[in-house]
Ligand binder design. Structure first.
Ligand code: SF4
Ligand code: SF4
Length: 265
């Protein structure tokens, strides 16, 4: 099923849950289905997921994207999205081992949330009017059988989802921006910029530090120093850059030199 069809199905058919709603679930190495959910599955990766994973694996974002991800091509997609590439033969996630997830402490947001999903109001349908949670009751998963009771909020706290919220919310503001949803941003150069900032953070660092970038924008030396060594700081700056350049928001200030040269106020 295409991503857009699955989203539509969720919006129309899935029971909607609030953070306080409860469900029963247990997942541990003793369950008969252990590791089965890490096979042949669509897992979307957020910018922060990629930073955590590539640093955990000790590789660059470019190497991570090349080896571990695919870019689904669907006509309804408004901008590039990145998904895990499963092993070509076994269809297992490339990061699963006999004893479970080999990057457990840095597993992506979607893996932490499972079996809870979240649907956003702006994802292309008139059916939904506000964000809601839902349960992904996959047939392979036996975790619902003898579980303990959780509220959605308790589950998210237990799985360390909160560390992902701040950057996830900013990413949502950008990826679900009305200009994207209305298809008004479709120039390849802009979509490539979105891809580089959001997913290829090491390439973005190269672009920022090895070009005339800082001649165009006012950025303090303290901020530059932080961005140089800290991927999260660089991503936060990148998000501001995207909001400025894609949506015309005043999130960055042009340098005096640039304003003078190009007659901007
Ligand atoms: S990252 Fe870990 S938890 Fe997520 S699918 Fe891969 S092995 Fe499973
Ligand atoms: S299939 Fe469900 S219960 Fe089994 S390991 Fe995966 S999440 Fe846990």
């Amino acid at each position: 099923m295409k991503t857009s069809e699955f989203k539509e199905k969720i919006l129309k058919e899935y029971a909607r849950m609030k953070k306080t709603d409860k469900f029963s679930f247990a997942c541990n190495p003793g369950v008969p289905c252990f590791n089965k959910c890490c096979n042949d599955v669509n897992i979307f990766l957020t910018p922060y997921d990629i930073i955590r994973l590539k640093n955990r694996l000790g590789i660059t974002s470019g190497e991570f994207l090349e080896k571990y991800t695919i870019l689904p091509i669907e006509e309804n997609l408004k901008h590039p999205i990145v998904m895990f590439r499963m092993n070509d033969e076994t269809l297992n996630c490339q990061l699963v081992g006999e004893n479970g997830c080999t990057v457990y402490e840095d597993r992506p947001w979607s893996c932490r949330m499972f079996p809870v999903g979240i649907a956003s109001p702006k994802e292309g349908s008139e059916v939904a009017d506000e964000e809601f949670y839902f349960l992904l009751e996959e047939s392979v998963c036996e975790g619902f059988k003898n579980g303990r009771e959780w509220s959605v909020e308790e589950w998210m706290n237990d799985q360390g989802v909160n560390e992902y919220v701040e950057l996830g919310e900013i990413f949502k503001e950008i990826s679900l921006h009305e200009k994207f949803l209305q298809g008004r941003i479709n120039e390849p150069i802009k979509l490539e910029m979105f891809y580089t900032v959001c997913y290829d953070i090491d390439k973005f660092r190269e672009l920022v530090f090895n070009s005339s970038f800082f001649k165009r924008f006012k950025v303090s030396e303290t901020e530059k120093a932080k961005m140089k060594k800290d991927d999260v700081e660089l991503l936060k700056f990148g998000f501001k850059f995207l909001k400025f350049s894609l949506f015309g928001e005043e999130t960055l200030e042009l340098s005096d030199e640039y304003k003078k040269a190009f007659g901007k106020n």
